[in-house]
Design a protein around this ligand. Sequence first.
Ligand code: MEV
Length: 433
Amino acid sequence: MPNAISGFSKLSKSKKIEWLLETYFDNKDTARDLVKQYWNSNEKLQKLHDEFIENTITNYYLPLGVAPNFSINSELYTIPMAIEESSVVAAASKAAKFWLDRGGFKAEVISTEKIGQVHFMYNGNFEKLKSFFESVKSKLIASTSEITKNMERRGGGILNIELKNKSKDLDNYYQLHATFETLDAMGANFINSCLEQFAKTFKIEAETHLKDDLEIVMSILSNYVPNCLVRAEVSCEISELKSKDISNPELFAQKFKQAISIAETEPYRAVTHNKGIMNGIDAVVLATGNDFRAVEAGVHAYAARDGKYSSLTHCSIDDEVFKFWIEIPLALGTVGGLTSLHPLVKFSLEMLKRPTAKDLMQIVAVAGLAQNFGAVKSLTTTGIQEGHMKMHLMNILNQFEATQDEKTKLVEHFKTNVVTHSAVVEAIENLRN
Ligand code: MEV
């Protein structure tokens, strides 16, 4: 086992790399060359990336693709997607084009409330705590005035603070449960700063006015935002579903709806179904510099809000009209954080016509819905492997270091042959022999 190292973060970047090479790599020159190959030759840009996190040694690339032809509330968008999975951008583009000809996507923001909590322990009478809270509530809000003044000037800020008695769930456990409007900011720093100030003021006031033992455990925003909701939908007459891949629209609509019903009732399917939705959502969230872990955590909690994990999308067929929609919580920002720092995030946001946070919520929800439409359409018709393996073909060819000439020939060959890993290996071997 290698020795532990202390003071690693204080070493220079090259010293860190040398330590890694010494400790873990057999072929140090190859590993060093690789790490350096991914450095950006623009030193300013590299330094920017180095400083995003601690101990940066190089850059980790993901492709940034674009899916054009998204009509959202009658505006046309090209959606940026940062993702490694071969078929995701292709599926999004295909779904965008499909719905472009059928009225496009409609989206609306239902609510924009964010949540944060001060968790504390209190070992006394609840009625006494309640009247103490009522007496200090305005002081709690006033104590954050320095933090909130800019947000308030723009129309946002603290919406409310409630005292919650959680002592039935956990002995002596209570919360200050606060709600916020953070406008175009995701708001994590704003919310956490407010909460930490609430906690300080609450503790000080409790020491002089409440006397009983009150211990602050922690103050932190919640990534579960069921009141920061967006809805996106597509709909058309069943007969309009007829297309190159859909010869029998009635049968298609029926099977599609059955597939959604299965995801609504069956958690094993729902997880994969929602994973496909997150293929679209995460890719746009990442491209626009938002926190995809926060979004993931919040969305999956929402999918289980009724006590059983279920589908995020729904489908109805009424009076010959096919309707397909998604409703999800999304706490996103288009100002602050990476949005003003990462050059490709700025590029992506400009491509999206400099959206407000509400616009971005709608765009992201649409990307999720489109992705799910593409996946369920394939699953209920051809199966996904045909399209997936066609897209994956290039990865296999790259694994075998195919030349450009070999790639051209093999892509042509697999236009009319089924792509499987072994079929591609065999075709490469045949070509090379
Ligand atoms: C693969 O990344 C996503 C799918 O499995 C989603 C689904 O099954 O709906 C195709």
